[in-house]
Each structure stands twice: as structure tokens, then as C-alpha cells.
Design a protein around this ligand. Structure first.
Ligand SMILES: NC(=O)c1ncn([C@@H]2O[C@H](COP(=O)(O)O)[C@@H](O)[C@H]2O)c1NC=O
Length: 523
């Protein structure tokens, strides 16, 4: 057996060698034990890891003994040594590399198992100081992970305890395949990329450069490969980059979530969080547009009102509820075909009722209110980032511009309508009464067209209703059409050069007009 002398004069065999240096020590003892007992590995480890292994009775050489350099600067320098990095980066098929390893008494490494200081977890804790965060920026770990990933043709890197079992299974089959090491290298680079992204985001925040930083990167781990995207010919997958949001929710029952389900569920989540949980609210959506939204005294009543607002469109819809699903609501939900239901909770007996519709996807997302600060859209050669439209409408900032003034009840109704119209694709018009939508005109290329659709949908119930518009009226035609159908109050952002024409028409027709001052386009 070949032996190489260490700097301290000890001799090391030329068997397989693993470097284990882990912050998260879960699974490390089992890994090391199997490497040593079943696969004849020798182990070298940094201080804390070596201690853990020694305490478990595993034979291990400390990195500092192997390199002859003590760990210094309170652990800031442990493995940053040519004897480590030479062993990771050397090419076994290159005579020059072999000669240099030999002349420098460096051994090839076969395995590098490293996981990083918990930077992300540390900064997620409250009141963490900058100094504490900085000390959790791992330097030696990413250096080893990246080096080993680069040299995947000659060794394997494992950057997470969840990979140990797969590696041991590979070993048990014989030699580690190139394909396996390449796969592990990809996972490793993903990890260091995500790690650096977290650090760079932290620094952007420190430097007050958070909202639209000079460099913007998106990373995420695959939650699942989806059957397809918007259409069957479009491959798609779902990625997550945090412990919150949809991937933290639980699916109680039903078919696997599709791409379109997730897009619709997110639209549903956004609209339902407009309504505080002290009053039951329900929204039914199709293709990201609400087709019915209602607030009522009970959750079941809110759902039924939302469903009946447009029961033709609601068939196969996505339902969002702002309160825990109870038995009456579950019963109502099972009377028709729906794609998905999401709520912050579900009572046990309600679960049993929902199971009657076994294909219905029922999701529980306790924190429905937490969404993404920014929205991102791909365009050729890049992407657009904007702050999400999280503006909370405040009637105190609205301007009443007509001779006729709204009653407090009408202001409350307008607030309800504004909360809905904000989530309808532009051009958007919403007609409501008794905090229930009567008609919704979505995604029209001219505003009066959206008005006509909303009014037609509202039909005979329009009389005495209120109308909300996501953008200003360029002409007074929409006001006249609405008043003729019986609308008594209109809320719109204002801002057109012809606002005065619309206001004059409202005065002439004896209806209320309020300018919210805020446009809510949604594309
Ligand atoms: N500085 C270094 O040379 C260095 N080498 C390895 N580490 C990290 O130290 C941790 C393991 O340390 P220990 O075995 O002492 O518990 C791992 O998260 C590893 O990524 C280092 N720490 C920080 O950079």
C-alpha cells in the first residue's frame, strides 16, 4: 500500500479518503461509520466534526494534524490549505498533477462532505447583529464545495445530509459513477449560488438597496415537476425559495396541483387577503379573474353569495376563503365541481365532508397574507420587476367630486368594490351591492366594453348598485351607460384630461362619483 507522510511525520495509506466538515452534523456519524467499516475509507475532519466523530468512536484525523496548520482566527481558517485544496482539485489523469501531489505529500480526496454555516437561518432570527451575521458567512466550506464540484470527474461532493444515503447506495453498487458525481456537483453549485444570493440580499438590505438592487437574481429549489405548463405542450416546474408561501401549505386531498392551479391559487390568495379575517369572505376565480366575491356574516353565506354571483363561470372555479372551513361551508363546497379550495384552516368534520369530492384539491395555507414583495415578468433578454400592488385603499384619501355625496354605507360598498377591482385584469369594471359582486367586466380593450359586460352580468340587480373602475374614464360614455342601468355611485381613480366631462355627467344624472386617486391596472 502506498503511503504519504503528513507534515507531522505520520504516515497515511493510499486508500480512499473523505473530508467531512459539516455545520449541520445530522447523519454525519452514520455516514462516517459506514465509510470506514464498509468501504474502507479514512476520514479527515475539521475540529467540531472530528470531535463529534471521535465521541462516536470513529477513527478520524483532524485537518490540522493532516495539514500541520492549526485552525486559526477563531475558525475563520480551518481547511484553507494547499494540502486540502490540492487533494480536491488534482486530476488523476494528469502526470503533472500526480507529480505535484507526490512532491507536496498531498493525498487525493475521494469524497468531500461539507455543509455550510447556517447564514440564512441566522439572519431570519430577530435582532441578529451584523457582526453575528458576518461570522455565519462560511468561507472555507463554499471553497471546498465549489472546488470539489468543479473536479467532479475525480471526486464526489455532498453538500447536504439528505444526499448521504444516495451516495452510500452508489458506493454499495461498486464505483461511484461519473453521472452521479456530476449530479452532486450540480446540486452543490445550486447550494453555493443560493447561499451567496442570501448573503448578497442581506448586504443589499444593509446598504439600503433592497427594492430594486443593481443586480437581481432569482433562485429556488424545485418543489415538483408539473405535468405541464399553461398548455400540455409547455413543460413546467414549480420552484420555491423560502419556507413560507405555497410550498409551506398542505394539500389535504385531491389531484396533483397543476401549473394553472398554482397561478389561479396565487391570484385567489392575493384577493382574499384584502379582507380582514374578522369578517368571513369568499372569492371564486377563473383564469386568475374573480367571477364572484362576497363578504357575509358566515363563511358558508359568503361562499354561496360569491358562487351565485356568477354561477356559470364559477363551475370548475378556484375558491379562496379567509377563515377556517367549517361544516356548513364544506357542505356548500361539495355541491358542485370546483378545481381547488384554499383556506387558512379546515375543521376535522369539514375534512370528512370534503372527502366526498375526492378529486377536489383542498389546500390549507395558514399564512395566506404573506406574499412576495415584488412581482417578476420575463421579457426577451431579461425580466421586469415591480413592487406588488399591496396598496391598502383608504377612503380618507378619496375625493368626492359630485354634488351628491355618498352615505357611509356607500363608502363601505365602494371600498369593497375597490378591493375586488384591483384584482381583475384590466380594463376592469366591478358592479357590487351588499358586499357581493353582481357583475365583473375583465380584460377588455376598451373601458366602456368592460362596463357593458359588468352591467349585463349584474342584470336586473344593477339598480342601486355601485360601480368601480380600475382606471380613469377617458370619456363620459361609461358614466352615462352605468347611470342608465341604475348605478347610484361610481368610484374611479380619476386623472383623465376629461375627468370634468365624467363628473358633469354624474351631476347631470344625479349619481355619486368618488375619485380614489389610485389606478389599479393588472396585466
Ligand atoms: N474557514 C475554513 O477554513 C472552513 N473550513 C470549513 N469551514 C466550515 O466549518 C464547518 C465545520 O466546522 P467544524 O467541523 O469545526 O464544526 C462547516 O460548515 C464548514 O463549511 C470553514 N469555516 C468557515 O469559513
Amino acid at each position: 500500500m502506498n503511503v504519504l507522510a503528513s507534515s507531522d511525520g505520520a504516515e497515511y495509506s493510499m486508500g480512499r479518503l473523505a473530508l467531512l466538515s459539516v455545520s449541520d452534523k445530522s447523519g454525519i456519524v452514520d455516514l462516517a461509520r459506514q465509510l470506514v467499516t464498509e468501504f474502507d475509507f479514512e476520514i479527515i475532519s475539521s475540529g467540531g466534526t472530528a470531535k463529534t466523530l471521535q465521541e462516536a468512536g470513529i477513527n478520524v484525523t483532524k485537518v490540522s494534524d493532516y495539514t500541520g496548520s492549526p485552525e486559526i482566527l477563531g475558525g475563520r481558517v480551518k481547511t484553507l490549505h494547499p494540502r486540502i485544496h490540492g487533494g480536491i482539485l488534482a486530476r488523476r489523469d494528469l502526470a503533472e498533477d500526480l507529480a505535484e501531489l507526490e512532491s507536496n505529500s498531498i493525498r487525493f480526496l475521494d469524497l468531500v462532505a461539507v455543509n455550510l454555516y447556517p447564514f440564512e437561518k441566522t439572519i431570519a432570527q430577530p435582532n441578529v447583529t451584523v457582526a453575528e451575521a458576518i461570522e455565519k458567512i462560511d468561507i472555507g466550506g463554499p471553497a471546498m464545495i465549489r472546488a470539489a464540484a468543479k473536479n467532479f470527474a475525480n471526486l464526489t461532493v455532498l453538500c447536504d445530509p439528505s444526499l448521504y444515503e444516495e451516495y452510500l447506495a452508489e458506493l454499495a453498487k461498486g464505483d461511484i459513477s461519473l453521472e452521479f458525481s456530476q449530479k452532486m456537483a450540480g446540486i452543490a453549485f445550486n447550494r453555493t449560488f443560493a447561499y451567496d444570493r442570501a448573503i448578497s440580499t442581506y448586504f443589499a438590505e444593509l446598504n439600503g438597496n433592497t427594492d430594486l438592487p443593481d443586480a437581481y437574481s432569482i433562485s429556488g429549489n424545485k418543489v415538483q415537476t408539473l405535468r405541464y405548463g399553461e398548455n400540455p405542450h409547455q413543460p413546467a416546474a414549480w420552484y420555491s425559495n423560502s419556507n413560507t408561501g405555497w410550498s409551506s401549505g398542505s394539500q389535504l386531498q385531491g389531484k396533483e396541483l397543476s401549473y394553472n392551479n398554482l397561478v389561479d391559487l396565487e391570484a385567489a390568495r392575493r384577493i382574499i387577503t384584502e379582507f380582514p379575517t374578522d369578517e368571513p369572505a369568499a372569492a371564486v376565480l377563473k383564469h386568475t379573474n374573480p367571477c364572484g366575491v362576497a363578504v357575509a356574516d358566515t363563511l358558508a353565506a359568503a361562499y354561496e353569495q360569491a358562487f351565485n354571483a356568477d354561477n356559470v363561470s364559477a363551475f370548475g372555479g378556484i375558491v379562496a376563503l379567509n377563515k377556517t372551513i367549517d361544516v356548513p361551508t364544506a357542505t356548500a363546497l361539495t355541491t358542485t365541481f370546483l378545481e381547488c379550495v384554499v383556506a387558512p384552516g379546515c375543521d376535522e368534520d369539514a375534512k370528512e365532508i370534503l372527502q366526498k369530492k375526492s378529486k377536489l384539491r383542498v389546500l390549507v395555507l395558514p399564512d395566506l397574507a404573506t406574499g412576495e414583495k415584488n412581482t417578476i415578468k420575463a421579457i426577451a433578454g431579461g425580466f421586469l420587476v415591480q413592487a406588488s400592488d399591496d396598496l391598502i385603499e383608504n377612503p380618507d384619501r378619496w375625493e368626492i367630486v359630485t354634488e351628491k355625496k355618498p352615505s357611509p354605507a356607500e363608502i363601505a360598498e365602494m371600498l369593497f368594490a375597490q378591493k375586488v377591482v384591483k384584482h381583475v385584469k384590466s380594463n376592469a369594471i366591478v358592479v357590487t351591492k351588499n358586499r357581493t359582486t353582481l357583475g365583473i367586466g375583465a380584460g377588455q380593450m376598451n373601458r366602456v366594453g368592460a362596463v357593458k359586460i359588468a352591467l349585463e352580468e349584474a342584470g336586473e340587480q344593477t339598480s342601486g348598485g355601485i360601480l368601480a373602475s380600475d382606471g380613469f374614464f377617458p370619456f363620459d360614455d361609461s358614466v352615462r351607460t352605468a347611470a342608465a342601468a341604475g348605478i347610484k355611485a361610481i368610484i374611479q381613480p380619476g386623472g383623465s384630461i376629461r375627468d370634468k366631462d365624467s363628473i358633469a355627467a354624474a351631476n347631470e344624472l344625479g349619481i355619486v362619483m368618488v375619485l380614489s386617486g389610485t389606478r389599479h391596472f393588472l396585466h
